[in-house]
Structure formats: structure tokens, C-alpha cells
Design a binder for this molecule. Structure first.
Ligand code: NAG
Ligand code: NAG
Ligand code: NAG
Ligand code: NAG
Ligand code: NAG
Ligand code: NAG
Ligand code: NAG
Ligand code: NAG
Ligand code: NAG
Ligand code: NAG
Length: 719
């Protein structure tokens, strides 16, 4: 009865119409219900007002989401990308070439067991679920710890505990529970949690942090093989929440530096590439385990941090498949033994641990770390591959649970002193995608983003400014590592100095002239676009000139009585933004270590390139001269081959020579026309008083005549 009431009540609360019904059927319970309704609406509004986030308009445009009330948009001009040596390519989430190869799951969750797991973990204690107790009566369980054996490739079982009861403290992070209920039913499953460890709780006291450290937790969560575009395609709720309600910053120019997951993660975690690190490949002479690498988590540990690292799909373990793995557990809470066991079990539901998804279990394990160590600094890196490794199609399963996780962490205040990094290692690498133009670029441009605590955003506006400008500049995994290093010197009185030439902390302003060469990115991975000269006689350029003039005249249409109709005099120069040929020719790596690139043959190259880029959005830039007035303009525009249209915007137009008094007739009333308008009255009077006017014009534009030699003269005015 009461359950039914509550359910109906909730439904009423949803619509405004419900309010009227509520008035009609006012009973004591509905009155309480509407009270709650108003309270929640009111407090949401309050929240909105107090939480103003500054957001990059581009992130909303790219993901096709609408702005909300509580945000302040940063527009294109803020980022000032016109002089970048490395502009990143424009990609679109609805590109049909890519969608041909995508077939996302249709349901929001994988199909797991219906009946709730009997066992769960709550802050380091073993718990029996109330639902199971209610349904099955008293339950007794056996607890078998899952432990790491001698290396990364074997596990063992610890001493069996029996019977274990509700609220028993865990004796291991991972365990198998076998339970039996009074009603005769059984339960068997494996679970993960964070065991209480008194020593770890004291670490920050024995190994205190260096004085200049900022002291934030670091939480890095990632997916395997997901591009920035696919992250927005398949995780729209998470993306939207991360941007709009957490104020995250997405590094749109983040470029990979090598092939595969180790090439993506090693630079983040060690600051070096696999080639620069000691030999650790199996079957190679002198190879040792990866323990000796300069892992960043060692540095965090030495500064009192509790460390956590997990990845699923242990058969393709990042440091265990080609490399020899760890001899000693590298972090305090290390999930490899758990996934070794989990992924060797036979199951008809590979995405589930009983009633919960494996993905949820992974997220819970992060939550458990934050619960267990509320006051200790933490470094956590958790990497999920199951939904996205073989194809990206199961990734939508992650959206609901991930957004709920972020909300929960935020609600508990865990993000108030945490640097949150949501990331992926690289885009999808399937050969079908690698054969498309956008696919090639997406592979090189993963999703990497950073969110600093609200308080940080307010306290260090200049660092946020740098981070935001950097989000449109070329960045690399080396920079993430450098940023970790920066945390240790954050409060140092001197400005931070990068440890290497190739990397910058993301809080430093990355120079506009940074190129792939300086960032140590090989040409075939480099997604930067270059301005290439093209002939002004190309049909496309002629068309661009025509559309540019049409744009100018339509822009002036409000003032056509005052301003002369403009005509194209000449195009001086034309450029096109292009990806480099090595990138286009790259097929795959010809060795299993991903070190030797294989390029496409030279034959048929030109027609093949043309074909590859045929339907892609292109950028063109022209410098052109208009008459009357010989104004010189530079214009950059996007060209869509499918619609055969240039997208021309005023803000991408700049006047190269002086306009002097040629727009005097309108300059006062409509200042926005100054650079474009050539006043018709100058024309009319020219006809009447030829010589006088020429004199006047020459005086007004004297400088230009000297420098540019494009000043008006009497004969050209009549053309
Ligand atoms: C953009 O950067 C250039 C230097 O590259 C600078 O001269 C210009 O003032 C900047 N514009 C804005 C709006 O910050
Ligand atoms: C979890 O347990 C630890 C260790 O007993 C304790 O310090 C911490 O406060 C607990 N966390 C919560 C959220 O109760
Ligand atoms: C950085 O570059 C400078 C000049 O090119 C060079 O002298 C120096 O050795 C480089 N430093 C490192 C750490 O590579
Ligand atoms: C890049 O710009 C900086 C100043 O911002 C300058 O010192 C440096 O020499 C430039 N590098 C190149 C390669 O042009
Ligand atoms: C591009 O064209 C301009 C103007 O014609 C010329 O000055 C420049 O050297 C050319 N650059 C290249 C790389 O061809
Ligand atoms: C082109 O590819 C074929 C086989 O794929 C190979 O035999 C040939 O040597 C290649 N040519 C060049 C110029 O690389
Ligand atoms: C160009 O693309 C078309 C259709 O996408 C295809 O049929 C044709 O073989 C391609 N040509 C080359 C040279 O790759
Ligand atoms: C370009 O787009 C058109 C229309 O969508 C399509 O028919 C054609 O196959 C595409 N060409 C290539 C090379 O993708
Ligand atoms: C200039 O001449 C045109 C026709 O030639 C006329 O329509 C226009 O009103 C004149 N403007 C001025 C300011 O005299
Ligand atoms: C005037 O313009 C014409 C045609 O544009 C040009 O041939 C002539 O050299 C110009 N005279 C001066 C003085 O600039």
C-alpha cells in the first residue's frame, strides 16, 4: 500500500500538470510530496546560481550539446588560435565515413543477473545485502582471499575463513564468497574492496609530502581505444556532465606519440618512451621486468600518497603482454590478481559480476579507495578496456554508470581536492577505420581532459587561463607527466621550469609556435595541419573568391545606399590547411612493438590522396583585393565539399591595408562596416571632380601607397 502510494506520488511530481492533480486529490501524503517537489526545485535553482562554470563553446559545439544557464561561454576569440603553428584538424561526430563502422549497443546496460548480489563491500567491511537476507533468511559465507603469487601471471588463494558474518573487516582487497542461506539457496561470486591497512593509513605521517606540493589527490580514469569523437558519441551524458557541471577542460590538440597502449601510457606514467626506458620486452636479450622504470607513482608514494592501479583484460595487459610485467606489486592497491581470476572464470555473462556490471565494480573500487582514506593523499589510475578494446560498440554501456559515479564522487566532496583526469589512450585502430581520412586523425587524437577543483579554478585564474589556452594547442602524454611533476613544486616561489625540452606542464602556457618536431612527435603521428600554398587558378579558389565577394556585399546590404558594391579585383595568394603526407600514407606498424611504421606505396598516390580527402571539410585561406578602393583582405573559411559551400564568417576576415577615410560616410553610424565599406559618395564625386578626389585619396592613404603600393589611382577607380 505505502509503496504503491510512494510510486504514484513520484510520478505526480514529474509534471506541472501533476501539481493541479495534487491540489484536487490533496491527502496528507501528497502534501508532503509536493513540499519535497518545491524544495528540490528551489534548491536546484540555488545550486545553479552558485555554480557558474566557464566553458569552451567548442566543446559544446563538437558534441552538439546546448549550453545551460549556469555557464559562461568562452568563444573562439578567447583562444586566439590564428597564429598557432599546429592547428588541430576539425572532426565531426556525425561523420558518415566513421559511422559506417560503428554499431553501438542499443540497450543502456548489459544484461546481468536479476537478483541482487548477496555480498557487497562497504568501506573495508564484508556486508550481506538486506535484500538477500530478507528473501533467503540468515546467510553464512566462506571467505577466500584472492592474492598475488610470485609475479604478474599467477595468483593464489589465502586461508579460507568460515563462517564470516556481516560487517567483518576484509582481510584482502579481493576475495571469493561462497554462501548458503537458511532456505537452501547458494551464492558464489568474487568481490573487490579496499582492506583496512593501518600502515598505509600512517604513510603520510612517516613519508610526509615535500613542502611545495599542492597536496591534491590525483584520479585518472580511462578507456582503451576510444577517440575524442567517439567519447562524445558514445558517452554523451558523461561528457555533458563533465563539461557543464564539473567545468572540465578537454585537450583538443592532445596528440599520441606512438602506436598502442604502452606507447600512450608509458610517457604519462614515466615521462619516457618505451625505447628510452630499459629493455623489458620478452624474448629480448638483457630484458628485465618493468619494476625499474621511473614510475610516477613511486614519487607519489615517497610523498605519502596511497597508490592504486587497475586495468581489466589482463590477457592484453599493458605492461604484461609484450613486456615482462612487474616482479613486485607496483602500487598499494593493485588489481591484476583480481582480473586474472575474474577473466579465467567461465561465465555466460562476461560483462557482469552477478547482478552488477564489471564496469560498476571497477568504479566502486575507486570509490572504496576514497572512502577508506578520506584524509590521506591518493593517486589512482584505473583503465577500462572491456567495452571498447575489440570494437567501441559496447562503450555506451558505460555512460549511465560513469555519470552516476562522477555525481556521487562530486556529491561526497571527493572532487574538492582532486585533480580529475578523464582520458583514453588513443582512438580506434581497426584497419577499416585506419583507411579513412577521419579515422586516421581520430586514432591520433584521443580524449584527454582535466578537471581541477572548483576552489582551484577560482583561486588560480591565470593557471586556468593557461590550461584553457593549452586545450587548443598541441599537447602530448609527456605534458601530462610534466603536469604531475609540477604538482610537487606547485608552491615553489620560482616559476615552474619543465624538466625536458619536449614537455610542458599544462599549467604553463604552451608556446603558439610549438610543432610536432619540438614535442617529439614523429611525422606520421602528427595531426597538425600545415598551410600549403596552392595555385590561385584552382577552380575551388576562384569559387572561394566569388563567394567571398558575395559575402562582403551581403554583409553591407544594410548600407547599400552608402557603400559601393564591391568587385573582386585579384586574388593574391591562396593556401590550404593540409595534413602531412606521412600521416596519410601510414598503414600500420610492421613490427609487433609498434616501432616501425609501414607506409603505403607511392604508386597512384595523388588520386588516392584526393579520394581519401574527397568528402572532408577543408580549410582555405585567400588574400584578395576588391574594387573600388583596392582593399586588401585575408579570409579563412571552411569548405564543405558535399554542399559545395564555404562557411564564411566575419571574424575570420581581416583587412590587410589601411581603410583611412574611405568609409567615413558610415564609420560613425555603423563602425562594424568600417573595414569593408567603400563609400559611394567617393565614387560619385570622382566622376565630377576627378583630380581633386585623387589628391584627397592619396593623402588619406599615403602610407599604404608607400608600403603596399596598392593605393587608389584615378584609372583604377573607374574600373
Ligand atoms: C592573439 O595573439 C597574437 C600573437 O600571436 C597577439 O598579437 C594578439 O593580440 C592576440 N589576440 C588576442 C585577442 O588576444
Ligand atoms: C572508512 O574506514 C576508515 C578506516 O577505518 C576510516 O578512517 C574512514 O573514516 C571510513 N570512511 C568512511 C566514509 O566512513
Ligand atoms: C634542450 O635544448 C637545448 C637547446 O636546444 C639543449 O642544449 C639541451 O641539451 C636540451 N635539454 C634537454 C634536457 O634535452
Ligand atoms: C617560439 O616562440 C618563442 C617565444 O614565444 C621563441 O623564444 C622561440 O624561439 C620560438 N621557437 C621557434 C622554433 O620559432
Ligand atoms: C607561398 O607563396 C608565397 C607568395 O607567393 C611565397 O612567398 C612563399 O615562398 C610560398 N611558400 C612556399 C612554401 O611555396
Ligand atoms: C608496393 O607494394 C608491393 C606489395 O605490397 C611491394 O612488392 C612493392 O615493393 C611496393 N613498392 C614500393 C615502391 O614500396
Ligand atoms: C575512390 O573512391 C571510390 C568510391 O569511394 C572508389 O570506388 C574508387 O576505387 C576510389 N579510387 C581510388 C583511386 O582509390
Ligand atoms: C562522398 O560522398 C558522397 C555522397 O555522400 C558519396 O556518394 C561518395 O561515395 C563519397 N566519396 C567518398 C570517396 O567517400
Ligand atoms: C551616387 O550615385 C548613385 C547613382 O550613380 C546614386 O544612386 C546615389 O544616390 C549617389 N550617392 C550620392 C551620395 O550622391
Ligand atoms: C593606376 O592604375 C593602373 C591600373 O590599375 C595602373 O596601370 C597604373 O600604373 C596606376 N598608376 C599609378 C600611378 O599607380
Amino acid at each position: 500500500m505505502t509503496v504503491q502510494m510512494r510510486r504514484r506520488c513520484r510520478r505526480y511530481c514529474l509534471g506541472r500538470a501533476a501539481i493541479y492533480l495534487l491540489i484536487l486529490f490533496a491527502t496528507s501524503s501528497t502534501v508532503i510530496c509536493s513540499y519535497h517537489f518545491y524544495i528540490s526545485v528551489f534548491s536546484e535553482q540555488l545550486n545553479e546560481r552558485s555554480q557558474i562554470f566557464i566553458i569552451d563553446e567548442k566543446d559544446l559545439e563538437d558534441a552538439r550539446i546546448k549550453p545551460a544557464k549556469n555557464i559562461k561561454l568562452l568563444h573562439e576569440d578567447y583562444f586566439n588560435t590564428t597564429n598557432l603553428a599546429c592547428p588541430y584538424p576539425k572532426l565531426t561526430i556525425d561523420n558518415s565515413e566513421i559511422w559506417k563502422y560503428l554499431d553501438p549497443v542499443k540497450t543502456s546496460q548489459p544484461d546481468c543477473e536479476k537478483s541482487t548480489n548477496w555480498v557487497y563491500v562497504d568501506n573495508g567491511t564484508f556486508r550481506l545485502s538486506p535484500q538477500a537476507l530478507q528473501k533467503h533468511g540468515p546467510i553464512v559465507c566462506a571467505y577466500r582471499p584472492i592474492l598475488r603469487a610470485k609475479d604478474d601471471f599467477s595468483t593464489m588463494e589465502g586461508a579460507r575463513l568460515f563462517p564470516v558474518f556481516d560487517k567483518m573487516p576484509l582481510v584482502s582487497d579481493f576475495f571469493r564468497a561462497d554462501c548458503r542461506a537458511r532456505d537452501g539457496s547458494f551464492y558464489s561470486n568474487i568481490h573487490s574492496g579496499i582492506m583496512f591497512d593501518a600502515g598505509l593509513h600512517m604513510r603520510h605521517i612517516w613519508n610526509p609530502m615535500v613542502k611545495n606540493h599542492i597536496g591534491y589527490n590525483v584520479l585518472m580514469f580511462g578507456f582503451d581505444s576510444v577517440s575524442r569523437m567517439t567519447f562524445m558519441r558514445f558517452l554523451p551524458k558523461t561528457f555533458s556532465y563533465f563539461i557543464k557541471e564539473l567545468g572540465g577542460v578537454v585537450l583538443k590538440g592532445y596528440n599520441i606519440v606512438g602506436d598502442g597502449t604502452p606507447a600512450a601510457l608509458l610517457p604519462i606514467l614515466t615521462g619516457q618512451t618505451e625505447q628510452e626506458l630499459p629493455e623489458a620486452r620478452r624474448g629480448h636479450e638483457g630484458a628485465k621486468t618493468v619494476d625499474q622504470f621511473p614510475w610516477i607513482w613511486k614519487k607519489f608514494k615517497d610523498n605519502g600518497y596511497i597508490t592504486q592501479w587497475a586495468e581489466d583484460l589482463q590477457v592484453v595487459g599493458t605492461f604484461q603482454m609484450r613486456l615482462k610485467g612487474f616482479n613486485e606489486p607496483p602500487v598499494d592497491h593493485y588489481a591484476r590478481p583480481f582480473y586474472l581470476v575474474a577473466e579465467s572464470m567461465r561465465t555466460s555473462k562476461p560483462y557482469c559480476f552477478g547482478s552488477i556490471t564489471r564496469f560498476q565494480a571497477m568504479l566502486n573500487w575507486i570509490r572504496d579507495l576514497f572512502q577508506m582514506y578520506p584524509n590521506q593523499p591518493k593517486f589512482s589510475f584505473v583503465f577500462h578496456a572491456q567495452y571498447s578494446h575489440d570494437s567501441n560498440n559496447a562503450l555506451p554501456y558505460a555512460d549511465d554508470e560513469l555519470v552516476e559515479f562522477l555525481k556521487l564522487m562530486n556529491k561526497h566532496g571527493y572532487f574538492d581536492n582532486t585533480m580529475l583526469i578523464l582520458m583514453t589512450d588513443h582512438g580506434a585502430r581497426f584497419s577499416s577505420l585506419r583507411n579513412t581520412y577521419q579515422g586516421k586523425l581520430e586514432e591520433r587524437l584521443p580524449f584527454v581532459s582535466m578537471r581541477m577543483p572548483k576552489q582551484f579554478q577560482e583561486k588560480y585564474p591565470h593557471l586556468m587561463h593557461n590550461l584553457r589556452l593549452n586545450s587548443h594547442r598541441l599537447t602530448t602524454p609527456f605534458d601530462l607527466h610534466e603536469t604531475f611533476q609540477h604538482l610537487f613544486e606547485f608552491h615553489s616561489p620560482d616559476a615552474y621550469q619543465s624538466k625536458t625540452n619536449r614537455s610542458y606542464s599544462l599549467f604553463q602556457l604552451i608556446p603558439e609556435n610549438r610543432t610536432c618536431l619540438q614535442a617529439d612527435i614523429e611525422q606520421h603521428w602528427c595531426s597538425c595541419l600545415d598551410w600549403n600554398n596552392i595555385s590561385i587558378h584552382e577552380p575551388i579558389i576562384k569559387e572561394f573568391g566569388k563567394q567571398a565577394i558575395a559575402f562582403l556585399n551581403s554583409f553591407l546590404s544594410d548600407a547599400k545606399n552608402q557603400c559601393a558594391k564591391l568587385n573582386l579585383h585579384r586574388i593574391h595568394r591562396a593556401n590550404q590547411l593540409k595534413t602531412n603526407e606521412d600521416l596519410l600514407k601510414f598503414v600500420d606498424s610492421s613490427d609487433k612493438d609498434g616501432r616501425v611504421p609501414r607506409f603505403r606505396n607511392n604508386s597512384l598516390e595523388n588520386s588516392w590522396f584526393k579520394n581519401l580527402t574527397l568528402n572532408q571539410t577543408k580549410y582555405y585561406q585567400i588574400q584578395f583585393e576588391t574594387i573600388p578602393g583596392h582593399a586588401l583582405f585575408e579570409l579563412t573559411a571552411e569548405y564543405n565539399p558535399l554542399s559545395d559551400k564555404f562557411l564564411i564568417r566575419k571574424k575570420r576576415l581581416s583587412r590587410m591595408n589601411k581603410y583611412g577615410k574611405t568609409s567615413a560616410c558610415i564609420a560613425h553610424k555603423r563602425p562594424e562596416f568600417r573595414e569593408i565599406c567603400y563609400c559611394s559618395n567617393l565614387l560619385n564625386s570622382t566622376r565630377k571632380f576627378d583630380t581633386v578626389l585623387v589628391d584627397a585619396v592619396i593623402k588619406n592613404e599615403k602610407k599604404i601607397i608607400k608600403i603596399k603600393n596598392t593605393g587608389a589611382n584615378s584609372s583604377s577607380l573607374h574600373r
